[in-house]
Design a protein around this ligand. Structure first.
Ligand code: TRP
Length: 338
């Protein structure tokens, strides 16, 4: 049996290094021997940006382009534009009956978002519903593995609960119980050295940044260290980047060791090495990005939507059959498989 993998992102802008080490590099690695679905959660984007459809559309193209540039192979992986998969919406409604409202509202990731985005009690009805929607995203593709950043683990836990409950209540093994796969760096700090890297905090290094952007952003990184002979903290934000992006571990150990001893190693020298390592990672992406015009991306999405709906419609048929909702003659489909 091949392992199915589903993961994805809400399109909020260009992808940054936090996305890369949190999940994207796992996708790129796993696409070779697994069936990989990469979801663009464009419906979820409407939970907080319903009045901004143009920017959601632009971000949808951008996030696909970023991933193609980063090395997702459209011949292997399948992009899933959430709004194009009717089975996801249908399954969201059905799964919502199996999760207590209070359980959704206790989801720590939702609570964090309400706090950090200062949504107060003004959020849309659809906002907490997205957590149920995320369960449906994963279960629609009967995924076994979900590569995500640490902040998404609570959603995967809820998905496991609802999958178990569905199988138990309606019988059969319609849904595999998915596992999360947390990235190599669970939480990459932003260039402010404090918060997690994110677009909204303005502390991100983007996969589409130029060598010059990268150098400048690192130059501004604040470590509080005064001189190359002052013992430095080898776990500060600069060294978290060094560990995340300089491939030669021996070199990183050597740098960290000298830094900690204050052995005449200035921040500027470490920053230059880190900047070069990050640039080496993203330079080929910059080059590949140019190939993917909007028209080229759209062509890929058309083909992938067809593929994705095939799997999705089959899952929905199985789920509805288990729920005694099978009123459609076999083979006639439910209108979702094209
Ligand atoms: N909530 C995720 C994010 O904002 C995006 C997402 C939606 C997702 N559905 C998913 C991630 C299913 C993994 C699996 O980044």
């Amino acid at each position: 049996m091949t392992t199915r993998i589903l993961t994805g992102d809400t399109p909020t802008g260009r992808l940054h290094l936090g996305h890369y080490v949190g999940s994207l590099e796992n996708r790129i690695r796993l696409q070779h021997d697994h069936e990989l679905y990469v979801l663009i959660a464009n419906v979820h984007a409407f939970t907080t940006r319903a009045t901004d459809p143009d920017s959601i559309r632009r971000d949808t193209f951008e996030i696909v382009r970023d991933q193609l540039a980063a090395g997702i192979d459209p011949e292997r992986a399948t992009f899933v534009v959430q709004s194009e998969i009717p089975a996801i919406a249908e399954l969201t409604f059905l799964l919502a009956m199996l999760i207590p409202y209070s359980r959704v509202m206790r989801n720590p990731t939702l609570k964090d978002e309400i706090r950090s985005k200062q949504l107060g009690d003004h959020y849309s009805f659809g906002f907490p519903l997205y957590a149920v929607g995320q369960c449906a995203d994963i279960l629609t593709f009967r995924a076994h593995l979900v590569p995500v950043g640490e902040d998404q683990a609570a959603h995967i836990e809820m998905t496991r609960e609802v999958a178990r409950r569905f199988n138990q209540v309606y019988g059969g093994e319609v849904f595999p119980i998915p596992e999360s796969l947390i990235g190599r760096v669970a939480r990459l700090p932003g260039t402010d050295g404090v918060e997690k890297m994110s677009k909204s905090r303005g502390n991100a290094i983007y996969l589409s940044d130029t060598a010059d952007d990268i150098r400048k952003k690192l130059a501004r990184l604040y470590t509080g260290r005064q001189s190359p002979t002052e013992p430095g903290d080898p776990n500060n934000v600069l060294f978290q980047y060094a560990r995340a992006f300089i491939p030669d571990e021996g070199r990183v150990r050597e740098l960290a060791d000298r830094y900690a001893r204050g052995d005449n190693l200035g921040d500027g020298a470490v920053k230059a090495e880190v900047a070069a390592a990050i640039d080496a990672l993203v330079a080929p992406m910059r080059e590949r990005r140019a190939r993917y015009t909007d028209a080229a991306v759209l062509e890929i999405l058309h083909e992938h939507t067809r593929r994705a709906n095939g799997v999705a419609a089959e899952t929905l048929a199985r789920a509805k059959e288990a729920m005694r909702l099978d009123f459609t003659p076999p083979g006639s489909g439910s209108g979702t498989s094209g």
